[in-house]
Design a binder for this molecule. Sequence first.
Ligand SMILES: Cc1cc2nc3c(=O)[nH]c(=O)nc-3n(C[C@H](O)[C@H](O)[C@H](O)COP(=O)(O)OP(=O)(O)OC[C@H]3O[C@@H](n4cnc5c(N)ncnc54)[C@H](O)[C@@H]3O)c2cc1C
Length: 405
Amino acid sequence: MTGEPDAVIAGAGIAGLSFALAMARHGLSTRIYEKAPELSEIGAGLQLSPNATRLLARFGVLDALKVSAVRPKALNLRKARNLSSIARFPLGMAAEERWAAPYLVVHRADLQGALLGRVREEPLVELVTETPVENARFHADGGVRLRLVRNGTAQEVHTPLLVAADGVWSHMRRLVRSSVRSRFTGYIAWRATLPVDEALTATGGALEADCVTAFMDPAFHLVAYPLRNGGEINLVAIQPGEVPLNAWAQVADPTPLEKALAGANPALARLAASASWTVWPIHEVDPADAWTGPQGLALIGDAAHAVPPFAAQGAGMAIEDAVVLANALARHRDDLATALSAYEAARKPRLARVARRGAFNRFTWHAGGAVALARDLVLRSRSEKALMSDFDWLYGFDAEACDGA
Ligand SMILES: Cc1cc2nc3c(=O)[nH]c(=O)nc-3n(C[C@H](O)[C@H](O)[C@H](O)COP(=O)(O)OP(=O)(O)OC[C@H]3O[C@@H](n4cnc5c(N)ncnc54)[C@H](O)[C@@H]3O)c2cc1C
C-alpha cells in the first residue's frame, strides 16, 4: 500500500479484520494497529450462524474455516436436573437449506487465523502489531489524530476515519460517549475444552458429539458443542456471580460453578470436574448510545455494543457491522458524515433486537417453577419447522442487502 489508507483501524479482532476485508472488496485501503505482539489463541469456541457465515464466504475465508469447523446436526435443549430433552432444533443441512449458509461451530483462534490469512494476502490492508492506539482526538480540520507507541517510541498519525474495533474495554469509545465504561451484567461465563471421549464418557449419553447441547437450570446454563473436526468439546457455563477481572480469560477456582451444578444431574458435575476452567465476567455496552462521531470515528463490534452471549451473536454482529460500514463508506465516498450516520441508523435496530433476544434467552433458560413449566410446554408443542421459523429474522438476514444506506 502506498500513501495514507482510507481508514485506520484500532484492533485486529474479529471486527477489525472483517472490516479491513470488507473495505478491500470495495477497493478501499486500511491500516490496522493491534496492541498485541501476535494474535494469540485466546478464547475457545464460537457459534457462527448463517447471517455471519454468508459474509465470511464473501470475504473468501469460509473454505479455510471449514477445514476445522464442525457443522452441528442440531441444537438439543435439555433440563440440567434430569437431562430430559425439551426440544430439538435442526441445524446441519436443514439450516443451510433454509438460510442459504451453514451454521458452524469453530475455535475462535481458527476464525481469527482464517481472517488473518486473507488479510495477509490482501494488498489493500496493512497490519501493524504490537502498536497500541493510546490516544485519539478529533482534529479541528476534520479527521482524527492518533497517538501510537511503536517499539517504545510515541508517534502521531492523522487519519480521515478511525474505526475503533478495540473490543469491550474500548478506550476509543470516549470520543463519542459520555460514559466509556462497559457495564457488568451480574453474570460470569466459565469456558473449557475437553477431548471428545472424556466429555462423552462423563455425560453417558446426554451429549451427542455432533450437536450443540444446552442444559438449562435456574442456577446456570451450560452449552456444549464440538470443535476442531469433532476432536474436542467446547463447554460454556453461565451463572450469576462476580469475578474481579477485566480480561479475556483467567484461570480460576471453579467452586462457584461446582456449587451451581450441585442441584443438577451428577453427569454434569462429572463433566465439570474433568475440565480446567477459565472465567470471564460478562460485560455489556449499551447499543442505544452513540456509535459514530461525524468528524471521523466509527465504533464497531464489542466496542460499539457488546451483547451478552445469550444469543451467541457477538462475533456475528461484529462481522455484520464491518460489512455495513464498509458498504456505507463505499456508497458515500465523498460524504463521510452521511456514510457514518447511514451505518449507525442501519445497525442500531438490529442490535436492539438481538439484545432483546439475548435477554429473552437469559430469562427462559434460567427459569424455574411455573415459568420453566410453561417454557417446556411451549417448546415441546412446536414443530421443528416452527422452531426454525422463529429465527428467520436473525439467521436469514443478509447484512449486505439490508445496509439501510
Ligand atoms: C463466554 C462468551 C461466549 C461467546 N460466544 C459467542 C458465540 O458463540 N458466537 C458469537 O458470535 N460470539 C460469541 N461471543 C462474543 C464474541 O466473542 C465477541 O463479540 C467478539 O469477539 C467481539 O469481537 P471484537 O473484534 O469486537 O473484539 P475483540 O475480539 O475483543 O478484539 C479487540 C481487539 O482489539 C485489540 N485492542 C484493544 N485495545 C487496543 C488498542 N488501544 N490499540 C490497538 N489494539 C487494541 C485487542 O488486542 C483485540 O485484538 C462470546 C463471548 C463470550 C464472553
